[in-house]
Design a protein around this ligand. Structure first.
Ligand code: GLN
Length: 315
């Protein structure tokens, strides 16, 4: 279904009206103090189309912590390097069915994480990037800034940035991610020191972006790998990232999300969700309170509503 401009803009306004939380339901992650300070009633949504238009509503111009949405982009960067075979010998592409920060499978499966979107797998991807660049988080920030494009920035809004204070706060509570990293190290699936990998990983998660910027940055995934300033990935690599988003992007809620929304997505505990409609658009929704699996409560409901009303689906 292709929607013309006025209906889509109006539809997004209606989505915001219906789904912006009116009461403080849901949870915030316990290990990232900054996220508890974000008001519960923030809600934004943006759609960037392959034809170059951007539609948005609500708090779509307010920067939020991208958290695990960063994992899609670090994977894209890792696949750009021409060393993808090395990466895929270190991480699988299977849904985990366990929480994003689970340690259980890592022991059972001898240090090979189930997929690049759970924390263990994302640490491996970051380690892979660190083999070539000492500052992977800054490299990611540069990539995102380029893909997000600054020319359409609204007055007063700023380019993506790393919230260093938020990163420091998370780093202070990173026992579990450090445990995962040490486990990987013990199974010889980490080349850099555990502390270095975790620090880079936490800084990449602490990148602040708006819904508009994230939708634009994710557009290459909906556009056969073609980004705003040129080709990012081959069409088949872009397709594969979409497949991993569909099967693993929402952790142990991937099945439920596929059932409700029918589109590849990637969530973060900052409350953002990036969704791809192949050939048509990238969508970013943000609402900070989370469900029990760590995915945005209102964001998921809004996407289910939007996909029902537009007919957007990969099925
Ligand atoms: N930085 C967070 C963590 O490692 C990211 C988790 C997430 O967004 N699901 O706990």
């Amino acid at each position: 279904t292709t929607l013309s401009a006025p209906p889509l803009g109006l539809l997004l306004e209606d989505i915001v009206r219906r789904h912006r939380p009116r009461q403080n339901a849901g949870s915030v992650p316990g290990n990232i103090p900054f996220l508890a300070t974000v008001p519960f009633d923030r809600f934004g949504i943006a759609v960037a189309t392959t034809s170059g238009e951007v539609f948005s509503s609500g708090d779509a111009g307010v920067p939020f912590s991208i958290q695990s949405i960063s994992k899609v982009f670090t994977l894209a960067m890792a696949l750009q390097g021409g060393r993808s075979a090395a990466l895929w010998s270190r991480v699988l592409r299977e849904p985990s069915g366990t929480s994003f920060n689970s340690l259980v499978q890592l022991e059972a499966e001898k240090g090979i994480p189930r997929n690049p979107f759970i924390n263990a797998g994302a640490l491996v991807v970051t380690d892979h990037l660190l083999e070539e660049t000492p500052d992977a988080a800054t490299q990611l920030l540069r990539f995102l800034t380029e893909q997000a494009g600054s020319h359409e920035a609204e007055p007063g809004s700023h380019a993506p940035f790393i919230d260093e204070a938020a990163a420091d706060g998370e780093l202070a509570g990173s026992s579990r991610n450090l445990a995962l990293a040490h486990f990987l190290k013990d199974f010889a699936n980490l080349t850099q020191p555990a502390a270095v990998v975790v620090e880079n990983y936490v800084r990449q998660c602490s990148i602040m972006m708006t819904c508009v910027q994230l939708a634009r940055a994710g557009l290459f995934l909906a556009n056969d790998g073609q980004g705003s300033t040129g080709r990012v990935l081959s069409p088949s690599e872009a397709k594969r990232i979409g497949s991993i988003m569909l099967t693993c992007g929402m952790y142990d809620a991937a099945g439920e999300f596929a059932y409700r929304v029918g589109l590849p997505g990637k969530s973060g505990v900052g409350g953002g969700i990036l969704v791809i409609v192949p050939g048509q658009c990238a969508i970013c929704v943000w609402s900070p309170r989370l469900d029990a699996k760590g995915n945005s409560l209102a964001g998921t409901a809004a996407l289910a509503d939007l996909s029902d009303r537009t007919g957007w689906s990969v099925f």
